[in-house]
Design a protein around this ligand. Structure first.
Ligand code: FES
Length: 109
């Protein structure tokens, strides 16, 4: 692994996992990175914690993430199918601590 990359695993709907190498030195959020990898994330609010279309469920590594802001919590709280490990990917800036994170797109079939 290069110094400025971390590994993130995305669990696919069939249960398999895709390993991604994400850069931490470009100021990207997890939402921006997943979109760049062509995951199906609308991100209609552009990363303002206002649409919840970027919601991901964190399967492993939740403790590595920054604490939720009130705005993130308020938006997540509007989702009828919210899970305790759901987060807004636009509110998670990629950083070294997130290495090894395992996520799943909340809205993936
Ligand atoms: S992109 Fe809209 S809430 Fe994250």
């Amino acid at each position: 692994m290069e110094e400025n990359n971390i590994t993130i695993h995305v669990q696919n709907p069939d249960g398999s996992r895709t390993e991604l190498e994400a850069p931490v030195d470009m100021g990207l959020s997890l939402m921006e990175y997943l979109k760049a990898c062509e995951y199906d994330i609308l991100a209609t609010c552009g990363g303002m914690a206002l649409c919840a279309t970027c919601c991901v469920d964190v399967l492993e590594g939740e403790e590595k993430l920054n604490e939720m802001t009130d705005d993130e919590y308020a938006m997540l709280d509007t989702l009828p199918d919210l899970l305790p490990n759901s987060r807004l990917a636009c509110q998670l800036q990629l950083n070294h601590a997130m290495n090894g994170l395992v996520i799943k797109l909340h809205h993936a079939e």
